[in-house]
Write a protein that binds this ligand. Structure first.
Ligand code: SF4
Length: 695
């Protein structure tokens, strides 16, 4: 029997970054297998990765550029016609209203080389100042938390820490369905680890954990400041580590004095014995790892939430050793690439736009005129949306994301989209909620149809190879950006950026000497042969082990080498519940099968059969009785921002006073409101005051 052709690539959904082996038979049939020996997924895949190709074959793939006509119909265009129109329209807007009048919204779904090229094209070539990624929606709070605490955006862990911990504390993370392969690794732990989940909801993860602490929504800061206080009171602080490797502990200890057990118990809803027990467990275990996700990040105080866990890791010396760490789990497949190399919030390699020395350094590396480099970072996503609303931004380019479903406060956002003079959507599909508003659609390839790299949550750079080609006229985002450069008239600037491999070489140079130095990675072949490589990996890297964590030498990235304790008073909830709005709405992932707005996974019939097409709420039976909500009947949920119809499902996984709606429905964000973390500008999706109206 002839041997299949085997191509190695990376799954294009979540930040786990599983390695795939695509087996192509002579008949053309393709089978997806977990890549043998890949240190991320070690022979496992979740259902989404196993069906990676199915959405690529969907009938609503964008197969040619399309223009919306006055009557609403779409006309197919050539690439030349479409990009002539796009460039003419954007240039006219910039000519009439200035460079701040055009912006873009990008994604954590494209390759690092594509982000990097987009960042160079827009900022140096097109003169566009503002662009942001949907990564703002998932991990911006962690970025700021790490920068302030460690001196660089540096998630410190490797996945082996799941197996090395003796106490795993998951906060605001439904890992069993959001990152199922990571979850599987927690179960392969040989240290007889205890898994604790802290979450307002008895989620799929909480119910599978050893202990579930069911706190009230948005009270995590009270809990972690309270635990810090109790660790201090009991003398359970790693004094050597704190003294030698951190700054700000004295002030922190003073600050947490108010967070006594009784107050924390009242605020969190946990009993005093529960808080004592949790603190004791942290003290008694030798390898404690703290993991957080969107329940922390997507908050009006998300940065401080992440830092409250970093503080606990620092004060107990649980960092830099196997099985420890203050570990933010990122969402999308390449959010980590975006964090370092998209040239939006910071310049390549984590450099600062506002630092003249770093701008000059980058200009020299890139061999461009320093004047081309903006002196400020891009506006964050929420400010881009505000600028559309107030008429400052008139042209928008949306790349591989679906804000008409995912952005917070949809009622206002959809009206805002209509204010644009010109909207370009670059996507795999013509039918996304956002594409319906587009004046022009550019057909893009999916992850299995292109080459480049992704960086996963443990900082591992994995290489994508393309086992299949995009359909029709669709192109990789990389090739679309090059065509736009050509049409805009700035191709000369990008002469060295002509292939993903060439851009990878540029990124190596921009990273040289920085915290995320990857100059020691020879090329894609080396990445492939090594099963991915974690950054940092400088030239002559002394540490070539396959699973590396940061801070083993207890040296952090601030100039003095010390980590910082960061904290702030607990802010009030922007929208408290009251007699009119008596219930908390919690949002989150609803199933292992679907990804975000279901742009891709919604094409997989087997997955759709596993999950309700009808938007639904979970409500505690006591609340259902109280508000006269019948099982499976339709009800209306109303917030101060909008309303939506949902099927009611009674569930004891909910605490009384709270309802849950999954993020997979467009209607969900009709209810959420415009609240953001003041430091990271990440939207606060997790606690909206609502009421139920019977139909
Ligand atoms: S866990 Fe994430 S990366 Fe791995 S197969 Fe599933 S969706 Fe893909």
């Amino acid at each position: 029997m002839p041997k299949p052709t085997i191509t190695h690539t990376i799954c294009g959904y979540c930040s786990t970054g599983c390695g795939l082996s695509i087996h192509q038979l002579e008949t053309g049939e393709m089978k997806i297998r977990p890549r043998a020996g890949y240190p991320v997924n070690n022979g496992s895949l979740c259902p989404k990765g196993a069906k990676l190709f199915e959405p690529f074959m969907a009938p609503d793939r964008a197969v040619s550029p399309m223009r919306r006509e006055n009557d609403g119909s779409m006309t197919s265009l050539s690439w030349d016609e479409s990009l002539e129109e796009m460039c003419t329209r954007f240039k006219q807007i910039i000519h009439d209203h200035g460079p701040e009048a055009v912006a873009f919204l990008s994604t954590g779904q494209i390759t690092t080389e594509e982000f990097a090229l987009l960042g160079a094209l827009t900022k140096y070539g097109m003169g566009i100042l503002d662009g942001d990624g949907n990564t703002r929606q998932c991990m911006a709070s962690s970025v700021v938390a790490y920068k302030q605490a460690f001196g660089f955006d540096a998630p410190p862990y490797c996945y082996a820490d799941f197996e090395e911990s003796d106490l795993i504390i998951l906060v605001g993370s439904n890992m069993a369905i959001t990152q199922p392969i990571m979850w599987r690794r927690t179960r392969k732990n040989s240290h007889n680890s205890k898994i604790i989940t802290i979450d307002p909801r008895a989620s799929q993860t909480a119910t599978k954990s050893d202990v579930h602490y069911q706190i009230k929504p948005k009270t995590d800061l009270f809990l972690f400041y309270g635990i810090a206080r109790r660790l201090i009171v009991k003398g359970w602080v790693d004094d050597d580590f704190v003294q030698n490797n951190t700054k700000g502990f004295t002030e922190f200890a003073q600050f947490v004095r108010d967070f006594n057990l009784e107050m924390v118990s009242v605020e969190t809803g946990l009993s005093v014995p529960e808080i004592k027990e949790l603190t004791r467990l942290i003290h008694e275990h030798k390898r404690v790892s703290f993991w957080w996700a969107m329940g922390i990040n997507q908050s009006y105080q998300g940065v401080r939430g992440g830092q409250s866990l970093i503080n606990l890791a620092l004060m107990t010396g649980n960092i830099g050793r196997p099985g420890t760490g203050a570990n933010s789990v990122t969402g999308q497949c390449n959010a980590m690439g975006s964090r370092l190399f998209s040239n939006l919030s910071n310049m390549y390699g984590g450099r600062d736009f506002t630092n003249p020395k770093q701008r000059a350094e980058l200009a020299k590396i890139l061999d461009i005129d320093e004047k081309l480099i903006p002196t400020r970072p891009s506006k964050p996503y929420n400010q881009i949306v505000e600028s559309i609303a107030d008429g400052t931004i008139k042209g928008l380019w949306v790349i591989a994301t679906n804000p008409a479903s995912s952005w917070i406060n949809q009622s206002d956002f959809l009206a805002t989209l209509k204010k644009l003079d010109y909207l370009v959507v670059q996507d795999m599909y013509t039918t996304t909620a956002t594409a319906k508003y587009a004046d022009l659609i550019l057909p893009a390839a999916g992850s299995a149809e292109k080459t480049g790299t992704f960086i996963n949550s443990e900082r591992r750079i994995g290489v994508l190879n393309s086992p299949i080609s995009p359909p029709g006229l669709a192109l990789s985002d990389f090739d679309i950006f090059l065509k736009i450069a050509d049409k805009w008239g700035c191709a000369d600037l990008l002469k060295k950026w002509q292939t993903p491999a060439a851009v990878f070489e540029i990124l190596k140079e921009t990273s040289r000497g920085t915290v995320c130095d990857i100059s020691g990675i020879r090329d894609y072949a080396m990445l492939d042969a090594e099963n991915g490589i974690q950054w940092p990996y400088p030239e002559n890297n002394p540490d070539t082990t396959k699973q590396r964590r940061l801070f083993a030498d207890k040296t952090f990235y601030h100039d003095d080498g010390k980590a910082r304790f960061c904290f702030a008073p607990v802010a009030p909830v922007p929208e408290p519940t009251d007699a009119m709005w008596p219930l908390w709405l919690l949002t989150g992932r609803g199933t292992i099968f679907h990804w975000h707005t279901r742009t891709k996974t919604g094409k997989i019939e087997a997955f759709n059969r596993q999950y309700s097409k009808q938007p639904y709420i979970l409500i505690h039976p006591d609340d259902a009785t109280k508000y006269g909500v019948e099982q499976e009947k339709m009800i209306t949920v109303v917030s101060r921002h909008g309303r939506g119809r949902f099927q009611a499902k009674w569930s004891e996984t909910m605490a009384p006073g709270q309802i849950f709606i999954s993020m997979h429905y467009q209607v969900t964000n009709q209810l959420t409101g415009p609240y953001f973390d003041p430091l990271s500008f990440q939207p606060s999706y997790k606690a909206t005051a609502v009421r139920i109206e019977k139909e």
